[in-house]
Write a protein that binds this ligand. Sequence first.
Ligand SMILES: Cc1ncc(COP(=O)(O)O)c(C=O)c1O
Length: 379
Amino acid sequence: MSHSTSANLPPAARRVPIAAVRLGEEAERLVLEVMRSGMLAQGPMVDRLERAFADVVGVPHAVAVSNGTVALTAALRSLGVGPGDEVVTTAFSFNATLNAILEVGAVARFADVRPDGTIDPESAAALAGPRTAALLPVHLYGRPAAMTELTALAERHGLALVEDAAQAHGASLRGRAAGSFGVGAFSLYGTKNVTCGEGGLVTTADAGVADRLRLLRNQGMRHRYEYETVGYNWRLTDLQAAVAVPQIARIPQITAARAANARVLTAGLADVPGLVLPAEPADGTHAWHQYTVRVTAGAAVTRDGLADALTRAGVGHGVYYPRVMFDHDCYREHPRVRADAVPRARELARQVLSLPVHPGLDDADLRWIVGTVREALGA
Ligand SMILES: Cc1ncc(COP(=O)(O)O)c(C=O)c1O
């Protein structure tokens, strides 16, 4: 017993959270700077955040807003999507994606997904009709959706393209960042790869869209008390921006650390029967917001059985998401929600389980996760 490591401790002796936030001294310094400046609301720190993030995404404009749901709503609004329009999105996402479509007054249509959980372009194409105004793919778990096919589809039908990149800071496809193909909507929520508790960023190459976003964000005012449009208060504060700014420069390191953890998990779990592992896209990079496995019929336990084993071993995990978006009573009778047939999305909702992959994991944590999963699945 002399060489026991923490990974050999009895169950639940080790606690591995599903997400962990590490900010650092630069964020503390900037927050203090804002506090001492006496200007806590939107100001120079938000400008700094916007410039830094626009550079990362490789577009001329980033507009900071209060959260990711608002980022989606603002993106749709800035593109003129509203009542009478249909928006084709994926059936399998966090419900903010759907709520934003409903918030602007549009009808939501749902495409089925590919095995990686992102929208299937063929299924999306089958839904595109005369009322379709926009396509809203989601870079689910940080894996870029099939943007080449989706961009072509949007062009073919003259559709606006909004990317739900809430989980995909730093992801890319063919050298282009998530959020640069259409109008990108990012979240800075407390568990995201880049966070300031609550926050959002909208990215665009279109100066007109950026201008409308800035107007909508600020009650429709360009100059004080002169209203050009009906607007909102969708602003972010300098206090929040100060927390996020240092993380923007670190996105490559944050993503690399997550990718390294993903590789260790994949190496440890590759041969487990019935377990389907996530992968980098062949032509791009995954942001690894989540490391999401699929527990299929060939596995020794069910998804929920594996989740229970992880709980007993103190390993944080999550089911993102247990149902397709419209499969809840509040949407079932909704006049602007169309319950399209999405058998593959429904299957994923039964199979997915996300394991910790965040940069706070150490080698012993990773061994503990791998060991727990292997043991539960009899591998
Ligand atoms: C896919 C997806 N879309 C939208 C959102 C909404 O972002 P927020 O929580 O910042 O409003 C989130 C995150 O919560 C998300 O994961």
